[in-house]
Design a protein around this ligand. Sequence first.
Ligand code: ATP
Ligand code: MG
Length: 196
Amino acid sequence: MKELSLHILDIVQNSLKAKATIVEIRINENLKNDRLTIEIKDNGKGMSQGLLEKATDPFVTTRKTRRVGLGLSLLKAAAQQCEGDLSIESVEGIGTRVYTTFQYSHIDRVPLGNMVDSLITLLIASEEEDSADPSNKSEDSAAFNYVYEHQINDQTFLFETKEIKKILGNTPINDVYVLDWIKNYLKENLERLVKT
Ligand SMILES: Nc1ncnc2c1ncn2[C@@H]1O[C@H](COP(=O)(O)OP(=O)(O)OP(=O)(O)O)[C@@H](O)[C@H]1O
Ligand SMILES: [Mg+2]
């Protein structure tokens, strides 16, 4: 894939499929140590020991429409190409943590890309995941929380959808005007992070 933001989109979609209600995305760009790390942690259903051992094998998937699962194996390959790696910790009924490292300056490292678009897509997807399942109560949607933390050297930007939802009250977070506001807010703050 051309951008890490697309890999992140893919990995978080696994969390949504696993019925997570909290997904934490943490990106750390440490230019001094020449490392880039990406952590995605959820409180979804987790994986059995057997599945966990095979999860980064491209022929392992629990999906029924296609035999090959690619999300984790592609990101692992991208990391290993750049003096990095991908590791997964998962406990059934508790959740999953995917941790990926890269050499920041590695010639083969693809750019982070458009995180704003990935986050907006994920916001919409998390709302749809809720309403697609009739067994989900409407409170679940209100309880759903993304934590996005993006660190570049000493600067950190933290975004939590829980905070936005508090302010919004009954207005849905996937309202077009709300999404547009969030998009600009993320854009401004991430650009500021890069400049300073
Ligand atoms: N966060 C998670 N929680 C629970 N199970 C997970 C999680 N992430 C991955 N898995 C399990 O690992 C399998 C492999 O994941 P992977 O993303 O590589 O492929 P996939 O999601 O099946 O297919 P694709 O990503 O290509 O659509 C999944 O089918 C799922 O069973
Ligand atoms: Mg996947």
